[in-house]
Design a protein around this ligand. Structure first.
Ligand SMILES: NC(=O)c1ccc[n+]([C@@H]2O[C@H](COP(=O)([O-])OP(=O)(O)OC[C@H]3O[C@@H](n4cnc5c(N)ncnc54)[C@H](O)[C@@H]3O)[C@@H](O)[C@H]2O)c1
Length: 441
């Protein structure tokens, strides 16, 4: 099939590459000329394992192309995916300006029947808004072209995005016309050969399903963090508790790790947007509000632990930071807990030596030219003469480090582990003062 993907970000690029990999002819459009130039030159603007190979192969075999020309993308394709950003607006709602901008422009440029697919995460009612702005444009042009609007939320995870897209647990299609549902099933058929379902539902339910999925996962993270805080007071062991409940198949082990809370480009903004939607329908979602509040507190609790260990005064102290991205296997730092931790350390007069395998460039841009923060290109290099190490992201390479080497580099053997990577008993034997999430206070 001939497809257009509008937006070449984390979702758009993966969507484009995976559809091309299945033999479709895909044109990927972005408004950012630098991004498109990079892609045309065979480089990719983000870090996502495996993506570069997919993009190179499909570009060389002429199934995947990149453009800034929306008209070409729209006119050459039947199905058009909108995969632009939907950041948080000032009032917490999802900012739909980029989605509606694209829809309006499609209305201006379309020449034939089109299926418009919402791939971006958008609140209930967005498909209706997309339809309205497109109809307005067609009316202005005096054209009577037909089109359908489908909701097809994306559930991929950064870091394993290709695998998630190629072998999804399920595909959700929100669609009011059975013929369009059939077309979407045909498009996604090759991705569900292992019989994972394509679930067709009405548009509004599909729009809400994406938020419900993210809200559930975010709440699960806040749940285990709340329990970690109770462990810290009662002396119970959060690692054992996690195993004790996670082995119950009704509960499950995934998304049940105590830590610095969720970050990233999705959970925080999607929780806010869902709360906003509920409020606008006169419902107060108390569970979601609490999950949000617990998540924000989690970083403050960790900072408090650091301050207490240094008797409330961080001025002149130097900290190594391991991990800047919001989770491993990505260079994405949007809403990353590390940013909050570092900002507070700097504001309190501390110095920081930061290391991340992929996110140093993005973090460098975020903090600008600040002499109090150095980006060091090795995990051990970051430890030189520091008062303590702070672990913010659970990259695999941090799990089994050479502890003796670490001790020899650090001014004092102190670790604040925001991801509970190590066993407290072992750390004590190795001579580290080891703080972790849920440690007895
Ligand atoms: N990142 C994820 O893990 C993930 C997962 C599932 C769903 N989502 C959702 O997918 C959507 C996109 O997320 P993302 O992380 O890929 O965002 P992103 O910021 O990485 O990418 C968005 C892209 O859209 C482009 N763009 C903006 N306005 C445009 C326009 N008018 N025309 C063409 N291109 C335009 C930007 O230049 C950018 O390259 C969001 O709604 C997000 O919530 C993201």
């Amino acid at each position: 099939m001939k497809l257009a993907i509008i937006g070449a970000g984390y979702v758009g690029l993966v969507t484009a590459a995976c559809f091309a990999e299945m033999g479709n002819e895909v044109i990927c459009m972005d408004a950012d000329p630098k991004k498109i130039e990079t892609l045309k030159a065979g480089r990719i603007p983000i870090y996502e394992p495996g993506l570069e190979d997919f993009i190179k192969r499909n570009s060389q075999e002429n199934r995947l192309s990149f453009t800034t020309d929306l008209a070409a993308a729209v006119q050459d394709s039947v199905i058009i995916f909108i995969a632009v950003g939907t950041p948080q607006d000032r009032d917490g709602s999802a900012d739909l300006s980029m989605v509606l901008d694209v829809a309006r422009n499609i209305g201006k440029l379309m020449n034939d029947y089109k299926v418009i697919v919402e791939k971006s995460t958008v609140p209930v009612g967005t498909a209706a808004k997309v339809r309205r702005v497109m109809e307005e444009e067609l009316q202005k042009r005096g054209e009577k072209l037909e089109f359908d609007v489908v909701s097809n939320p994306e559930f991929l995870k950064e870091g394993t995005a290709l695998d998630d897209f190629m072998k999804p647990d399920r595909i959700v299609v929100g669609c009011d016309d059975p013929r369009v549902a059939e077309l979407m099933k045909e498009l996604y058929g090759p991705f569900v050969r292992t019989h994972h379902p394509i679930i067709v539902m009405d548009v509004v339910s599909a729009e809400l399903t994406k938020y419900a999925a993210n809200a559930f996962l975010a709440t699960k993270i806040s749940f285990i963090n709340e329990l970690a805080n109770i462990c810290a007071r009662t002396g119970a062991d959060i690692a054992m508790l996690r195993q004790g409940i996670g082995s119950d198949s009704r509960i499950g082990n995934l998304f049940l790790f105590p830590g610095l809370g969720y970050g990233g480009s999705c959970f925080p903004k999607d929780m806010q947007a869902l709360i906003h939607t509920a409020n606008s329908y006169n419902y107060r979602p108390r569970l979601l509000e609490s999950a949000e509040a617990i998540n924000l507190d989690q970083r403050q609790i960790f900072l408090k632990q650091i301050r207490q260990a240094f008797l409330g005064d961080l001025k002149g102290r130097c900290f190594a930071i391991w991990g800047l991205s919001f989770k491993p296997q990505t260079d994405d730092i949007r809403e990353a807990p590390a940013l909050t931790i570092i900002s507070h350390l700097l504001a309190e007069g501390a110095k920081v030596r930061a290391y991340d395998p992929e996110a140093m460039a993005a973090a460098g841009q975020h903090f600008g030219d600040n002499p109090a923060i150095a980006f060091v290109n090795s995990s051990y290099g970051a430890l030189e003469e520091v008062d303590a190490l702070i672990i913010c992201t659970e990259w695999a390479r941090f799990r089994e480090p050479d502890f003796e080497r670490m001790k020899s580099l650090m001014k004092s053997p102190v670790i604040f582990d925001g991801r509970n990577l190590y066993k407290p008993g072992k750390m004590a034997r190795l001579g580290f003062e080891y703080f972790y999430v849920g440690k007895k206070i």
